[in-house]
Design a protein around this ligand. Structure first.
Ligand code: GUN
Length: 294
């Protein structure tokens, strides 16, 4: 028996559709939600993500500005740009696409973002609020994963969840959400990472495996138990001369192998990726609601 495919595009469409009436209510009050996405440097993957985010805004009637700056842009200039966006009344959400060029300190930039406009949920204040179960602006990819589990009635309560990857963007916040005493929470969560000894013995315990390491084929079929739910956060570009653009996308999971053994699995593309964008739209609308309510 093959796994059921978790259709991130379908769920993302439903999440975005549910925002339309909230956007209309805001517009009737003279408020158009606005997102500013800042892209520094020329990383092609980041450029693709930012374009996707702006396109999603357009479709929903959310105002967006994509601000691109060269790789040599200085940190002080970026901080000044963020300060301007903090003051800009048309903008309710500010996103600085990660990774920034190596000469920049991402934390220094994140600390500059107005807490109420931090639609990535990366500011340490919002990270702390998430940890104590009071987050308003929840990081988009982790929140998208929770929505997928909810949609497919995959209740993590009492289950063993293994998160592979300890990033501040995905691994740590998704673990914090799943351990929470909340409807899609109450899991027993393990965070494994590159220094974990005997990763297969850890992942084999999992009822739900969340792969967020950024390396293709990290999770293979022999590493999961029969009937596990497999959530693949990876978006890796694999060189492929047979494709017009020269590469294909692969997750962190050996999809073909794991799909034979898992009960549910997310594809790449079309799994977690669209959810990240949908939750960004949701956070932008929420930020506009909270800011305009005063
Ligand atoms: N880089 C990879 N994922 C993300 C994200 O969700 N937000 C930002 N700002 N940068 C990212």
């Amino acid at each position: 028996m093959g796994a059921e495919i978790i259709d991130g595009r379908k769920v993302a469409t439903e999440v975005k559709d549910a925002l339309i009436s909230r956007i209309e209510i805001l517009r009737a009050r003279g408020v158009t939600p606005g997102l500013a996405a800042v892209l520094v440097g020329d990383d092609p993957a980041s450029a693709t993500y930012v374009r996707g985010k702006a396109k999603a805004c357009d479709k929903l009637g959310i105002y967006s500005e994509v601000i691109t700056r060269p790789a040599g842009f200085q940190q002080s200039e970026l901080i000044e740009l963020v300060r301007q966006l903090n003051r800009n009344e048309k903008i309710h959400g500010i996103l600085v696409q990660s990774p920034l060029p190596p000469h920049m300190d991402e934390l220094a930039v994140t600390l500059t973002i107005d807490l109420a406009k931090d639609v990535d949920g990366f500011h340490p204040h919002n990270v702390g609020m998430l940890l104590i179960g009071r987050g308003e602006l929840i990081p988009c990819t982790p929140h998208g994963i929770i929505k997928l589990l909810e949609y497919y009635h995959l209740d993590p309560s009492g289950k063993e969840v293994v998160v592979v990857g300890r990033s501040n963007i995905v691994g740590k916040p998704v673990a914090a959400l799943l351990v929470q005493k909340s409807p899609i929470g109450n899991a027993t969560v393990t965070i494994a990472h590159s220094r974990s000894a005997d990763l297969p013995s850890i992942t084999k315990r999992a009822d739900i495996v969340i792969a967020a390491v950024g390396r293709a084929n990290t999770i293979t079929a022999d590493m999961i138990k029969e009937g596990a739910v497999v959530i693949d956060v990876g978006i890796n570009r694999i060189e492929d001369a047979t494709r017009k653009r020269g590469y294909r996308l692969a997750g962190d999971v050996d999809y073909d192998g794991c799909a034979l053994k898992a009960s549910y699995i997310t594809p790449v593309p079309g799994g977690v990726g669209p959810m990240t964008i949908a939750m960004l739209m949701a956070n932008t609308v929420k930020a506009a609601e909270l800011i305009s309510a005063g």
